[in-house]
Design a protein around this ligand. Sequence first.
Ligand SMILES: *Cc1c(COP(=O)(O)O)cnc(C)c1O
Length: 421
Amino acid sequence: MRVETKCIQEGYKPQNGEPRVLPMYQSTTYKYDSTEEVAKLFDMAADGHMYSRISNPTVDAVEKKIAALEGGIAAMCTTSGQAASMIALLNIMKAGDHFICAGNIYGGTVNLFNVTLRKMGIEVTFVNADEDLDTLQKAFKPNTKAVFGETIANPSMAVLDIEKFAALAHNNNVPLIIDNTFATPVICRPIEYGADIVTHSTTKYMDGHAVQVGGVIVDSGNFDWTNGNFPEFTEPDESYHGVVYSEHFGNGAYLAKARYQLMRDLGVYPSAHAAFLLNLGLETLAVRVEKHCSNALEVAKFLEKSDKIEFVNYPGLPSNKYYDLAKKYTPGGCSGVISFSIKGGRENAVKSMDSLKLAAIVVHVADLRTSVLHPASSTHRQLTDEQLIASGITPGLIRLSVGIENVLDIIEDLAEALTQV
Ligand SMILES: *Cc1c(COP(=O)(O)O)cnc(C)c1O
C-alpha cells in the first residue's frame, strides 16, 4: 500500500460483523479467565493487554498505523511530543551518558535536553547540523549514546541532511533519532535514509485539527542494540524478573523495553479517546499535508515578492539555503510552516499581525487553520533583541502556519495586513 492508502486502511482490520470504524475501548482493565493467563502476560510469554498505562486496543491500532506509515516495525504512542522525545532518549541513556543534537530545533526540545535531562545527569552537545562530517565527528565522546535531529526544524525550517547524520551516528555505533513532526511520513520517511528511531509530536499535522496533544516513537528495527554500547539491552532487567530484551524481543527490543520499563514507571500513555481522535486525523493526513504544502509554497512566493518583507524562510523556494536538501528529502513539499521577517522590526510585525482577519494569533502550528505567532513577544520573549538575532529570530520575524483554506483568501488576508505597515 502507498502512504495515502495506509493512512486510511492500516492499523485496524475489522473481522466479519465487527464495527467498520476503530472502536474506542475506554477501559483501563482487561478480563482474563484464569490467574495462569495473567501470569503469562507478566512473564511476557503471551501477548495481551493488562492495564491501560502500558497498552490499550484503540491506541494499539493507531500505533500499528503510524508504524506502517513510517516503515517501522512498531510504534508506541505517548501523551505528548515532549514525552516521546524524553522516552526515546531515556530508553538508551542514563546519568553519565552524552548525546549529540542538531542545533536550531524546537525550543521545547531544547529545554528538555538542556535543562531537565542535564539535571538527570545526561549531557547534550548542540552542533551546527550544516557542518561537514569531520567537523561533526569532533562532538563525539566515549560516552556518546545517540544523535538527534529534526527533518524540518521548527521554526527555523532548516532541512536536515539525514543521510549525513545517519553516517555520523553509525560510524560511532549509536542510533540516529529523528523528530519527523513537520515533515510527516507523507513527505519524508527518515527510516529510508538511515534513521533508527523516529519521533513525532502528533499534536501537529497528524492530529491536524488542534484537538489533542500527543506523541509517538517509531522503531525501524534496524539498530543492533547488542553492539556492546547498550548493556541494558543485553543484560537481565531485574525489574522484570531478569528478562534480557535483545534475546526475548529480537529486533523489537527497543520499544519493548520502552513500554515495559519506562511506560510502566513513568505512565505517559494516551487514553483511548486521545487515540481515537488521532486516528481521525491520520485518516486524512495525506490529503491535508499535500494541501498545506501547495498552499504554503504559493504564500511563500507571494511574501518573497513583497517590498515590505526582509526575508522569507521556506525550503521550497529556490532562493532558500535548504532548497537542494528539501528536493532530496521532502520532494512532495516542505510542510505548511513559513517564517518571514517584516521590515521595520517588532513594531511592524505586531501591527500587521494584529490586522490579520483570517489568520489567527495562536500558540500552535500545523493544524488546518491558518495561524501566526510572533516569537519575539511570545516563545522567545525573555531574550533581548541582540540575543534574538543571535538565535536567528529577528524582532520582525513571524511564524506563519499556512492552513488548508483557499490559498487566495490566505494571500488576500496577508496582503491587506501588509498595507498597514
Ligand atoms: C510541538 C513539537 C514538539 C513537542 O510536542 P508536544 O506535543 O507539544 O509535546 C516536539 N517537536 C516538534 C518538532 C514540535 O513541533
